[in-house]
Every structure is written in C-alpha cells, then in structure tokens.
Design a protein around this ligand. Structure first.
Ligand SMILES: [Zn+2]
Length: 340
C-alpha cells in the first residue's frame, strides 16, 4: 500500500517537473514534495513508526524517490537556464542609440580656466594655498594689526584650535606671502581660489566665493605695468578693447592702494543701465605691495617693487554670462547650471 503511494508521488511529481516552465514553478513543486511538510517528507518521517518488515520495503523506495525528484529538479533547472527566449533576444537594429549623459563645467570653472589661459600665455605661474588659514597668514602677515578695524571689513568663520587661531581664509592674499617665502623676485604669479566671508547673502553677496589675484614683483615694477597687464587681460577676456581707470582706496597690504574699473562692456563707456549711466564698471582692488609684506616674506626692505590686484570670479562670470543673482552659482538649481 505504502509502496504504491510512494510510486504515485514519484510519477505525479516527475510529470509536474517535466511540465514546469519557470524556476519559480520548479521551486514550488520541490516544496510540495520535499519541503518541511512535503508529502514525501511526511512518509520519510513516519518510517520509524512502521514495523521492521514494512520499513525494509518502503524505506529504500522512499529514499530513492527523494533522490529522483531532486535530480529531476536539478536537470530541469539547468534546462530552463539554457532556454533562450527568442522574442526577448530579438534586436531591432533600426532603433536609435541610447544617448550618453555627458557632464559639463560649472561657469565659475569656465571663467577660472579662461583667466588661467590668458595669464599663463603672459608668462605667469599659478599658485595655490590652504582654504583653512592661520590668523597670522590671513591677517597679521598682510599688515592687518591685531584689533585693527580693517579686520572688520573681512569678517569670517573661525576654526577652534587650542594652539593657534585658524580662519576660513577671507582672501587669496595669504598665498602671496606663502609664495614669496618660497620664491625670489623677479616673479609673476596668479592665485585663483575659494574664499569665505561671514556675510548675509543677497543677490550680490555670498558667504563662499572665488577670488583671483595676480602678483608681480621685480626691481622696477610700477603702476604703469599694472595698468598695461590689466588692460591686456580684460581685452582678451571680453574679446574687445577694454580701458581701465584707477580710484584711490585703502588696503592694509598695499600702498598706495586703489580700486579699478573697466569701461562698460555693454555700452563701451557711453552709459547704459548696466553701468548706471556712468560708463564704468567696478571690478576689484589693487595696489603696490607694502614693504612690510616684503619684509615678512624675507625680502630686504626697499629693494623690490611690486603690485598685486584681485577680483571676484563670480562678479566676472556674472558680467560675462549676464547673470543677475550671485546665489545661483552655489544654489544647485539644474535649470541654471545646464545652460553652460
Ligand atoms: Zn554701460
């Protein structure tokens, strides 16, 4: 009786395995017979309750059927894996290719690369420095005395440290000192980089921005050289003849100091809404390097002359691409970024 039942299970299960069309189906069949509560499992578990004679007959048969089902499952599984679905595999060679998404450069990077290209073509080196800067390099070395009100012009973020005071650098000028300590004049270098200010943000103010500055030091470097290089740079950068104008100003690390304007790139100096009718656009600050800064760098006093000047990359990018809000640069809005 039991032997017949086992034979019944065998033929029924093998038939089902043969007809199964997926791995999932195959798995369910296996569970139905060989699972924890499978019909064959139940018989195998019950063998110990049978009389020795019955057990001697049923035992080997049940175990053999168990092996047969397992083997049939394995073979079927292999067969299913090798089957190719020709419908799915069909290739339509007339379909257009999938477009690969390519990245592109941020407008600030584009402007920085433009600047670097123009200056390296004029023989300038490019220097870099740390964004977390010591109080000494950021202020003291640049002739900002402790408690001098000029420090308030550059309020920034402080980094706690027990030994020395650190700040997120407020300008790229500390790199001037670092570079001069390592290099002797004559020298021509530009320093592009990220700077920080503790600033309430609006359309023209950001807490994180990019600056660029240039430093030229030699035996007889004058404001005349400065004017020539600035004019040459902007003429190349905007691809049109550009004039510059200087206005007196104050910076601790240069004397004399001035701010400089370029003639309006929109109206060429005639006067328009972009330049508020004046014909000039404010660009940045400049000046002849203070002898005190040279002294800090280890140069003998009154031996060399040099000028430094700088401006914000955001401001230049805003002019070049006609962008009206500085916060767009770091806002992460793809509608803005994807236009470049
Ligand atoms: Zn104008």
């Amino acid at each position: 009786m039991l032997k017949q039942k086992i034979e019944g299970i065998k033929s029924e299960s093998l038939e089902k395995i043969k007809k199964s069309a997926s791995e999932r189906e195959l798995y369910d069949i296996k569970v139905k017979y060989l699972g924890r509560n499978g019909s064959l499992t139940k018989i195998l578990k019950n063998l110990k309750n049978l009389s020795p004679e019955k057990r001697r007959v049923a035992g080997p048969v049940a175990n053999q059927v168990r092996r047969d089902i397992k083997e049939a499952c394995q073979n079927k599984k292999k067969e299913l894996a090798e089957q190719v679905d020709w419908e799915k595999e069909k290739i339509d060679v007339t379909l257009p290719g999938r477009k690969t998404e390519t990245g592109h450069l941020h407008p600030i990077t584009l402007v920085q690369r433009d600047i670097e290209k123009i200056f390296t073509s004029m023989g300038f080196k490019i220097a870099d420095g740390p964004e977390i800067e010591s109080d000494w390099y950021n202020f003291t070395a640049l002739n900002f005395p402790q408690d001098h009100p000029a420090r308030d012009m550059q309020d920034t973020f402080w980094v706690k440290n027990n030994k020395e005071k650190f700040v997120l650098r407020t300008h790229t000028s500390p790199v001037q000192v670092r570079f001069m300590k390592e290099n002797k004049p004559p020298l021509k270098v530009i320093i592009p980089g990220r700077v920080f200010r503790n600033e309430a943000t609006d359309a023209t103010h950001e807490h994180t921005l990019h600056q660029f500055e240039a430093l030229v030091v030699g035996d007889d470097v004058s404001v005349g050289h400065f004017k020539y290089i600035v004019q040459e740079f902007f003429t190349q950068f905007f691809s049109k003849e550009t004039k510059i104008r200087l206005r007196p100003c104050y910076f601790p690390f240069t004397e004399p100091s001035f701010e400089f304007d370029i003639n309006c790139t929109v109206c060429n100096g005639k006067g328009c809404p972009s330049c508020k009718g004046g014909g000039w656009l404010e660009i940045g600050g400049a000046g002849m390097v203070s002898q005190n800064v040279f002294a800090v760098a280890g140069y003998p006093k009154n031996k060399y002359q040099g000028f430094a000047w700088g401006f914000g990359l955001e401001r230049l990018a805003m002019m070049k691409y006609k962008i009206n809000d500085i916060r767009l640069f770091h806002g992460g809005d793809l509608r803005f970024i994807q236009q470049f």
